[in-house]
Design a protein around this ligand. Sequence first.
Ligand code: AMP
Length: 221
Amino acid sequence: MADSGDMVIIMLGPPGCGKGTQSKLISSKFGIPQISTGDMLREEREKGTDVGRRSSVFMDRGELVPDELILEMINRRIEKEDCNKGFILDGFPRTLEQAKALDDILKKMGRSIRQVFYFDVPDSELIERLGGRISCVVCGKIYHKKFNPPPSEDKCECGGYLLQRPDDNPEVISQRLEVYRKLTLPLLDYYRGKNKLFEIHGGGKTIEENSRIILKALSGE
Ligand code: AMP
C-alpha cells in the first residue's frame, strides 16, 4: 500500500464523469475510505431511515438533497477512525455552501484539503456513460455495458447482481446535468482560488489513463 500522509481528497465533476470509479481505485491504493454521499443516501433509503425518506424525493427528481441533511451525514462520517489517514469525498461538496461548511469542519479538525480533482467530460459522453452504467448491488463495483462490461451479462465478478440506477434514465439525467451546471460548477473557481484544483480532461480516455494522471498528481511529480 502506498504511503499517504493526510490525504483529504475531493472528486469533483458531473454525474458520469468517472469520479466514483477513480475514487474506488485511490481508496484501495492508499487504504483510505471513499465517502460517496450518493451511496450513503441510497443506503439510508434502503434501510428506510428518516434521512432516506426525506432525501428520496429529491434524488428521484435529480435535484440536490438539502445541505443540512448532507452536512450532518458528512460530519458524522469523517469523524470516524478509518478517516484518520485521509478520505476521498466523492459527490461532495456540490454547492458553495457545502464547500464552505467543509472548510469549517476541516479547520476545526486541524486538517486541510490536499487536492481537488475535477473531471471535465463533454455532455454527449456523460449521457452515453450514464445510460449504460450498471453497478453491483453487493460490492458497488461500477461497470458499463459497452465500455467496461461485466464478466457475465447481469452478474458482477463478486457474484452480485448488477442493476441500473433509477436516476440513470434520460429525463433525470438531463435534470442532474442542469443542477450540476447551476449549483456545482461554481466550485471550480472556489477551489481554483485556493490553489487546490487539478483539472483532468477525462473525455475519451480510459479508466487506466485517468487513474495514472491522478496517481502522478498525488505523488507530487
Ligand atoms: P450521486 O450518486 O453522487 O450521483 O448522487 C445521487 C443523488 O444523491 C443526487 O442526484 C442528489 O439527489 C443526491 N446527492 C448526493 N450527494 C449530494 C450532495 N453532496 N448534496 C446534495 N445532494 C446530493
